[in-house]
Design a protein around this ligand. Structure first.
Ligand SMILES: Cc1ncc(C[n+]2csc(CCOP(=O)(O)OP(=O)(O)O)c2C)c(N)n1
Ligand SMILES: [Mg+2]
Length: 413
């Protein structure tokens, strides 16, 4: 048994109710509760203040975080522009949430895993996935454009909260293998209403799985505001119901998010089990380009959050502390500009996708219903080719969609 597993077993023994332990006492329950106000280390004017529990991350880490914020903001804005130019199908922007994105990846070690959602492109790029690979999903070409094992980033999940169960499974398996892996599982406020959220947290707590559940509460699930999502005092309060610690943090203060997540990661790595961290932030833009947010929220509300922007806050702090010069700023902006320009070039290149890829890599032997769908698609492609070349569309379908065929792709290629 490894040292870490031994530590973990000891911890579990301490929690055993039959052994008359802390887990059933009121003190223990109190200790799991989050603070009444979210943890904050740097205010919106860039002034730092001391906290009894959480120390300000080192200057080196804060400078690195600021560089990642600048890059992340540029990436968000470039992606939104690429959608308007028709080069991408959809982009759920994390503009305004970059502090959460950056902190979630910066606190992880090389052997740790990140389980992201569709909104977490900045986090996965900060972990080492290239922007071009990351955007394959949102361009609509493939379900994932990167090898999850290379950077230890799971594919971005669109079905809400499903990735939380996968995250717990991976972390549990890593523990059983004696590996020193912590998993950061991301989700939004809306996803906390899913059954999968409950199941993931319950399993993780019972089996002391090394997972950090990180909820980016951006106040909305598409058009549904938080008040219609939950009646809990906060999302972090839900943690006590599962028997894990919960904490709330100012999600636009990258220093505080890093400090709180680091504590949770360290606890998980030391065998202390899972935690739930809720970051209070705000979705500055519409849900995606397919959404019109003027229909459900006031402009003044959005404007109020501009003053809490995670970038201006960090810039103010670092400049005042003498850690960021005008030259540094210029260099960071130039670097981000190069990333954006490379991304534009990459997304402006036409890609050849094989429509049959939709049906490959799911089953070794394709079942009849999928075979039928592939035949229907072949007919449709044939009709559209014929239409494009002026031929009679009615006579071009050859595969008889109801019967199916042997699945060769002579018409689609
Ligand atoms: C299981 C499931 N139900 C519904 C949807 C449709 N849907 C997509 S995004 C979304 C809102 C999610 O809100 P939240 O979890 O707060 O994340 P955010 O988009 O704010 O980052 C919904 C309902 C879905 N993707 N998956
Ligand atoms: Mg949300």
């Amino acid at each position: 048994m490894t040292k870490r597993l031994r530590r973990r077993c000891r911890w579990r023994a301490q929690r055993d109710p039959k052994a008359g332990t802390v887990s059933t006492s009121l003190d223990h329950a109190q200790a799991l509760l989050p603070r009444e106000t979210p943890v904050r280390l740097i205010d919106q004017n860039g002034a730092a203040f001391a906290d009894d529990t959480y120390a300000l991350p080192s200057a080196e880490r804060l400078v690195a975080a600021y560089g990642a914020l600048v890059n992340g903001r540029r990436l968000n804005d470039q992606c939104s522009a690429l959608v308007r130019q028709g080069r991408m199908a959809v982009y759920p922007s994390s503009h305004g949430q970059e502090a959460c994105q950056v902190a979630a990846s910066l606190v992880l070690g090389e052997n740790d895993w990140l389980f992201p959602t569709y909104r977490d492109t900045v986090a996965i790029v900060n972990r080492g996935v290239t922007p071009e690979e990351a955007l394959v999903l949102l361009r609509g070409d493939w379900h994932s454009g990167y090898d999850p094992h290379r950077t230890r980033v799971a594919p971005q999940a669109t079905p809400l909260a499903t990735q939380l169960l996968h995250a717990v499974g991976l972390a549990h398996a890593a523990t059983l293998r004696g590996e020193d892996t912590v998993v950061m599982a991301l989700c939004g406020d809306g996803a906390t209403s899913e059954g999968d959220f409950h199941e993931a947290l319950n399993f993780a707590a019972v089996f002391m799985v090394p997972v950090v559940f990180f909820v980016q509460n951006n106040e909305f699930a598409i058009s549904v505001p938080l008040a219609k999502q939950t009646h809990a005092p906060s999302l972090a309060h839900k943690a006590v119901g599962y028997g894990m610690p919960g904490q709330r943090v100012d999600g636009n203060d990258v220093a505080a998010v890093m400090a709180v997540l680091t504590e949770a990661v360290d606890r998980a790595r030391a065998g202390g089990g899972p935690s739930l961290v809720e970051a209070h932030t705000y979705r500055m833009q519409a849900h995606t380009n397919a959404d019109d947010d003027t229909r459900y929220r006031e402009r003044d509300e959005v404007k109020a959050w501009v003053e809490r922007d995670p970038l201006t806050r960090m810039r103010a702090y670092l400049s005042t502390a003498g850690l960021l010069s005008a030259d540094d700023e210029e260099a960071l902006a130039a670097e981000a500009e190069t990333m954006a320009s490379d991304l534009r070039d990459a997304l402006n290149r036409e890609v050849e996708v094989d429509p049959e890829d939709l049906f490959k890599y799911v089953y070794a032997d394709r079942p009849a219903h999928l075979q039928r769908q592939w035949s229907q698609l072949q007919d449709e492609l044939a009709r559209s080719d014929a239409w494009a070349s002026g031929a009679d569309a009615e006579t071009s379908g050859t595969h008889g969609s109801a019967q199916g065929n042997n699945g060769t792709k002579e018409l689609a290629s």
